[in-house]
Design a protein around this ligand. Structure first.
Ligand code: NAD
Length: 353
């Protein structure tokens, strides 16, 4: 069994769906179900005995301890986090609690569990920490993309909290020998993305006839990766990564935000044309920039490509088309997320309420 934290979120739920598509190894999924956790993403697994869901906080050490003792997982994949930069600016406390304190508590409980494992389970055990490229700070146009050797220079409360968690994970390897792996990935997009993030927000607002808010001049550059490619990279690192190493994950897809919005509008124009024949681009509205907004992120993914033979399956063009189509095909998911009805769904389906 593998143990996933944050498996009801965007990337965690995509990971579980992919994992169980390819393997019969069961998954234990511990998630606090914050606003970002949505069990409707995993509705297809509701009666599947290979998925065990537990609602709880990763910082609840006695809960995690008892789950480890009961299920004896061979690996922990740590996805759970507070993940939205704007929210971290307005309320950093939860980011410190979950991303730093929570990761620390998890590491301590896992260390005790791992220390008590017999061989060969002890040597085979892995703790994989899922992190972000935002820990490296920002780049100018001329800078080379982020490599694993770049200094950490986080600029937002979110990225600072993730940087701190990366350092804790690193220290637990060097100090206690805990068999860890860390991945730092660029911006993800794809199905089940909560519509507070750029791409789903643009799709939702465009379809609702609302403004498409673009920060500042829209020329902030991000490096985009289709979420299923992130999942395949994590699987690859889990199976073949070198202990104590970090792997940057990216698809060599640097794009300014405004270009992303134009691409989304063009796809919607094609797949769901406006009744009056106009383009969704008319809804683009420039809004005041986010404070401390990093200008450019770009990932140098050569290490994972060279050492682990990983490559993304999607180009940006194929991935973004699939993504827009998915949102068009799943209006109920979107409606439930927007209205908050997904919380009632959870009570009904998983808690018998
Ligand atoms: P998300 O916000 O969609 O999901 C996070 C999940 O964690 C939610 O289901 C939430 O309920 C759960 N959670 C939050 N606090 C918890 C706690 N204290 N205990 C247990 N569960 C808790 O995030 P995401 O976009 O799926 O990101 C997953 C991971 O990947 C994060 O660690 C993030 O830093 C990292 N990451 C994200 C991206 C991206 O583009 N989204 C890119 C690189 C790395």
């Amino acid at each position: 069994m593998i143990f996933i934290t944050g498996g009801a979120g965007f990337i965690g739920s995509n990971f579980i769906l992919d994992w169980l598509n390819q393997s019969d190894e069961p998954v234990l999924n511990l998630d606090k179900l914050t606003y970002a956790g949505n069990l409707e993403n995993l509705a297809s697994l509701q009666k599947d005995p290979r998925h065990v869901f537990v609602k709880g906080d990763l910082g609840d050490s006695s809960l995690v301890e008892s789950l480890l003792a009961q299920y004896q997982p061979r690996a922990i994949l740590h996805f759970a986090a507070e993940s939205h930069v704007d929210r971290s600016i307005h309320g950093p406390e939860a980011f410190i609690q979950t991303n730093i304190v929570g990761t620390f508590r998890l590491l301590e409980v896992v260390r005790a569990y791992w220390g008590g494992l017999p061989e060969p389970e002890k040597s085979a055990f892995r703790f994989l920490h899922v992190s972000t490229d935002e820990v490296y700070g920002t780049l100018t146009k001329e800078d080379a993309p982020f490599a694993e050797t770049n200094a950490y220079q986080p600029n937002s409360p979110y990225s600072a909290s993730k940087a701190a968690s990366d350092h804790l994970v690193r220290a637990w390897y060097h100090t206690y020998g805990l068999p860890v792996l860390t991945t730092n990935c660029s911006n993800n997009y794809g199905p089940y993305h909560f519509p507070e993030k750029l791409i789903p927000l643009m799709i939702v607002n465009a379809l609702a006839g609302k403004p498409l808010p673009v920060y500042g001049d829209g020329m902030q550059i991000r490096d985009w990766l289709y979420v299923k490619d992130h999942c395949s990279a994590i699987r690859r690192v889990l199976e073949a990564g070198c202990l104590g190493e970090t792997y940057n994950i990216g698809g060599w897809n640097e794009k300014p935000n405004l270009e992303i919005v134009h691409t989304v509008c063009a796809l919607l124009d094609e797949l769901r044309p406006c009744a009056d024949g106009s383009s969704y681009k008319k809804q683009i509205t420039f809004v005041q920039d986010r404070p401390g907004h990093d200008r450019r992120y770009a990932i140098d993914a050569r290490k994972i490509e060279r050492e682990l033979g990983w490559k993304p399956a999607e180009t940006f063009e194929t991935g973004i088309r699939k993504t827009v189509q998915w949102y068009l095909d799943n209006p109920m998911w979107l409606e439930n997320v927007q209205s908050g009805a997904y919380r009632e769904w959870v009570l009904k389906q998983y808690e018998g309420g």
